[in-house]
Write a protein that binds this ligand. Structure first.
Ligand SMILES: C[S@@+](CC[C@H](N)C(=O)[O-])C[C@H]1O[C@@H](n2cnc3c(N)ncnc32)[C@H](O)[C@@H]1O
Length: 243
């Protein structure tokens, strides 16, 4: 895998990413495999060099995500899952992904520590944060880290009002194709040789001391834990709440 960046776009930001990912920057567009591309619009991931028009680019200001953030007040299920409160909560997002859910928590006035295990996803999102920072003031209430969330949670000295878990959905016959975002996450995790141990992660957090766990699952997914306190159900997903 390479980072494709023309000479005129080279800066310390992309050099640091190249060093951290241990992948070389090249100035001509790769014609095979997956690659990262960096230019004046930021960092993107191209899954298949033969199809460069299909790329993954995180944007908090425009598109699907930008629209969702703008209408955060309408996220009634996520709001119910957090619980009605005027207090500013400190939320630990253990499965950050593209930060879409965390951005809703932040826009509702809460503080978030979000952790993503994949370095590639982390840099794509960090790049989006950098671009949006001056336009989205609540981003200053976010601390975004790369690593294993369980280790980071165990070593953190902060106290959290809620742990948010949205592990990858299990692959079933029905969702084998999945949404574009989920397909991209899966292919990135595969590239980085990261195994998805969704149940192990949930089990491990269940063993930690917590005030509240919010577990996002497909609506019809089997209940694995019997100690659910309540559920918030949407059209396709549900939140299992543990107190
Ligand atoms: C379904 S996605 C989360 C989507 C996210 N809620 C959003 O709104 O964009 C699951 C993410 O959790 C990450 N993940 C899974 N286990 C993790 C762990 N132990 N530590 C950090 N990140 C983890 C995966 O790499 C993946 O990006």
């Amino acid at each position: 895998m390479h980072i494709y960046a023309e000479q005129r776009f080279l800066d310390n930001h992309i050099r640091n990413i190249s060093e951290s990912l241990e992948i070389e920057i090249i100035s001509s567009r790769p014609n095979q495999e997956s690659y990262l591309a960096y230019n004046s619009t930021g960092l993107s991931f191209i899954k298949d060099a033969a199809n460069p028009k299909e790329f993954l680019y995180v944007d908090f200001l425009k598109g699907k995500l930008g629209w969702r953030i703008k209408r955060a007040e309408h996220e009634s299920n996520l709001k119910k899952a957090i619980g009605k409160t005027k207090k500013e909560l400190n939320i630990f997002d253990a499965t950050a992904g593209f930060l879409s859910d965390s951005m809703i928590f932040l826009s509702l006035g809460h503080k978030v520590m979000a952790v993503e295990q994949s370095k590639i996803i982390f840099y794509l999102v960090e790049d989006a944060i950098k671009r949006a920072q001056s336009k989205i003031p609540f981003l200053r209430n976010l601390s975004f880290l790369n690593g294993n969330s369980l280790d980071i949670f165990r070593y953190s000295k902060e106290s959290f009002d809620a742990i948010y878990l949205d592990p990858m959905y299990p692959i079933t016959k029905k969702n084998v194709k999945g949404s574009g975002d989920m397909r991209s996450i899966r292919s990135i995790l595969k590239l980085e040789n990261i195994l998805n141990e969704e149940n192990d992660l949930c089990d491990a957090f269940m063993q930690c001391e917590y005030q509240k766990i919010i577990l996002k699952r497909p609506l019809k997914y089997k209940k694995i834990y019997s100690n659910i306190n309540y559920q918030v159900k949407g059209k396709t997903t549900r939140f299992d709440i543990f107190i």
